[in-house]
Design a protein around this ligand. Sequence first.
Ligand SMILES: Nc1ncnc2c1ncn2[C@@H]1O[C@H](COP(=O)(O)OP(=O)(O)O)[C@@H](O)[C@H]1O
Ligand SMILES: [Mg+2]
Length: 582
Amino acid sequence: MRASQFFISTLKEAPSDAEIVSHTLMLRAGFIRKVAAGIYSYLPMGLRVIRKVEQIVREEMDRAGALELSMPLVQPAELWQETERWETMGPEMLRFKDRHERDFALQPTSEEVVTDIARQELRSYRQLPKNFYQIQTKFRDERRPRFGIMRGREFTMKDAYSFDRDVAAAGRSYEAMYAAYGRIFDRLGLTYRAVAADTGAIGGDRSHEFQVIADTGEDALVYCPDSDYAANIELAEALPLLASRAAPARALQKTPTPGKATCPDVAELLGVPLATTVKSLVLATDDVDAAGKPAGVTIWLLLVRGDHGLNEVKAGKVAGLKGGFRFATEGEILAHFGCKPGYLGPIGLKQPVRIVADRTVANMADFVCGANEADFHYTGANWGRDLPEPELVADLRNVVEGDPSPDGRGVLAIQRGIEVGHVFYLGTKYSKAMNATFLDEDGKPKHFEMGCYGIGVTRIVGAAIEQNHDARGIIWPDALAPFRVVVCPVGWGKSEAVRGEALKLHERLLAAGVEAILDDRDERPGVMFADWELIGVPHRVVLGERGLKEGVAEYQGRRDEAATKVPLGELAAFVTARVQLQ
Ligand SMILES: Nc1ncnc2c1ncn2[C@@H]1O[C@H](COP(=O)(O)OP(=O)(O)O)[C@@H](O)[C@H]1O
Ligand SMILES: [Mg+2]
């Protein structure tokens, strides 16, 4: 490829709405252009990278025995109504009507369509297992599209769906995908971690996210450096930090804490450790009667230690909160606690409130909590003496660094990650809802055991940049680079010798199967180098008249401190050896 015939459109500055480095660099390097919020065009340079990701994903899915197909972007409401997801999906699913007033949606995912294919096409156990996948456009009307194509509304996903005879076979399909994902992210050259993830209503322990490690990631990953424990913080179990409850040593005392409405402020004022304070969070559930009619509101008080944070996913697993909860309104709080937020606590409640204590809080003695009176807290509070034992005790909090690992083999550490892939055992949720069955060996119809497996193809491009860049631009892992080598002639327009050597090297690299681009734009060296460093091509060769007189060219890897002089006769072989071909 010649640069003059390609499309290079670099920018000195990125538009101001770019929040993170990958977004900025993709805009500046001319990879993407915004069309609307969360909706982008992929320019030729960016599309080359996306195609690299797709190709690796495709090769490894094929190697794992999955079969590529393509399902429609526009999907009829009827299929989504069968699983009730037409109602439950919410505004993320973009819906519209065709000219006949029929309802359709843009696919945010494709369980319904693929299950429909399975129930029509897979009739016998002899056809199983099957794993169908597509690499396709998805649309999710995200509340907050951001970070460029990292959290877009329109994006490319590889989504795969497995169909099996029974739970054991579904487990094997899951393991095969888990292994394929490992190969994919290894080949992409990314630093990643597979973490256990929440399974929501499906339950079980077969859900893992593949997370690219990056400080800007939206997810917190919990892992144990001394064992193989790794989980998303949403799921990571927090063990009680106190093995048992000490006997009360202090009297309950109402203490003035004027204007101190947070645990850290109260602890500071009282001169006590933050870990002796208890934080009150008030939730509400909107109850319904047997006929589904509204039947009042239940108020919940969740208690976590002052230095801990509430984990809403865990709260959603508490009996009574499973059906969904919300934070209580200020009016509801006043009505039940007789006090505004900031001074709330579990002692002396006049109205019924259901109290759930975190495991650690349940073992605390002589703690500090709000007194349900503005500008006052209790000190020396004790369960059983000053207030009833907690009605419920549950794991409610996020783990923090240094917590004991749930596997008992060390302490936990936390790092941030970008979710680039997800493997999920679905069981018979969709096959039952859509009555998708096959005839088993005993001649009886059975529901398919299913799994689904996503990879965010376009998100990977952003995640790779978050992990691989410097002040000058992107540094592509070889496998993702739009071009692996750039040949930069200095004085293209002036020097026939330079032109001749550059053309020769370009030809030789292409003949060796190395994707090389020849910069024949006749730009000044500074402009030329800045462009390629921004674009992130991992290998560069500079040819100039002075070097040619010495019989050498200069090779520099994108991460190298300095250039290496290479004799012209060895140049093509030297560069080819530097490039990781795969
Ligand atoms: N808005 C988005 N923009 C880009 N990629 C996305 C987006 N939402 C999801 N993905 C990618 O698709 C993969 C599979 O999606 P899924 O697990 O269904 O998404 P989520 O975890 O957001 O529910 C995710 O691991 C992620 O890499
Ligand atoms: Mg996910």
